[in-house]
Design a binder for this molecule. Sequence first.
Ligand code: SF4
Length: 461
Amino acid sequence: MKQVLIEDFPAWRTQARELIQAGVEPSQVHFVDGKSGQPLLFDEPAQDQPKPEATKVPAEFLKLASVAAQYRDPDRWDLLYSVLHRLTNGEPYLLKIDVDSDIRRLRLMEKAIRRDIHKMHAFVRFRKIELEGDAEYIAWHRPDHYIVRAATPFFARRFGNMRWAILTPDESAYWDGAELIFGPGAPRDAAPDDDGLEDLWRTYYASIFNPARINLRAMRAEMPVRHWATLPEAQIISNLTREAGFRVQTMIKDQAPSALPWVPQQATLQALREAAIRCEGCELHKCATQVVFGAGPEGARVVLVGEQPGDEEDLAGSPFVGPAGRLLSRALEEAEVDRSALYVTNAVKHFKFIERGKRRIHAKPGGIEISACRPWLEAELEAVKPELVVCLGATAAQSLMGRDFRVTRDRGQFQPHRWAKQIMATIHPSALLRMPEPDRREQEYRLFVHDLALIRPYMQT
Ligand code: SF4
């Protein structure tokens, strides 16, 4: 495997562009996080570097990548390359698929960076020092991520007529009244104390503090305890609240539910099916009778993906055996497609419902459940390696082709995809069952059969 040392985002961008143009797969390269403490984010590549031909990459990705590059995780460069490779190899709509696990991770990283920058703006406190007769101000702060270059222009705008330095363990920023200069990181004791300025902060904080309206939970969320060491006002909170046993609240982390911990890597369908029985990747397993995994031959050339199991499927433990499944079988027969040669599955593997008396009424799965369950669908597609994936209904289509996909507008159209040579979508048979008007239902049924007949060429060996 090729190893590439990466110092910062511009370096990654240059390397990634060359690797994409050379057709290097994400599995063939590993980006080693070199000088992660001093990212030169947003800079252009050096002028004397050879510039490969431009690769067309959505501007939205570059913006997202430049933010995610500040996230403190050495694997971020590999993740960015994997997404870039997918975007430029048949998945141009990838950024629209919010439930995709890579995209979800990138969005969470972006959110964490924005929150970290906001906290730095809120919690940096300057102390006054005298240097050669001039007043300067110095602050020490410990951000979670590599955000110094993105966060400090705010202070240059706000305190433009002062000279100040903000020290962090990763990198320091110095404002000389005209220009921001970045240097190496510094320990906590590099920022001296100044009781006068701290007293000012304490007085200010006490004057705005209203014990009658105290909300400790909100206060801790807004002022994370790990920043208190650098906040003079934090030292008087306990006196003001008179609350004993003031406990540290950990930062609220965005931990998206996911089936990932239960999904064995590169497993056979049988191994996946057995592992899925234990899945607790989201809340749906708590109420459903059992997991309903996909069914069909491992070497199927075509995979059909529905939304989720229904009431009968939940009881039987098999997909598409209820009314919608029977209608699907009939339509496949009329389209002259052998159902037994297909692999049939759902985007979500547990039945979601609401109880009305003794009846269990289908409830549409939400983005969180679809995203949580997606590792199972990806593992099935990896095991089957189909030529064609057919999405039945909007849930499956939007899960695999992005939120802009409209079944009514885009049905029956083929396009290349990461998990198969081609992918296409048609309506879900349950939508036909819900149509009250017989003529319309018949008309739509004919269209459904027509779409399914498009599968036939992919069935032939
Ligand atoms: S719906 Fe999917 S992710 Fe959720 S518990 Fe069931 S198998 Fe796991």
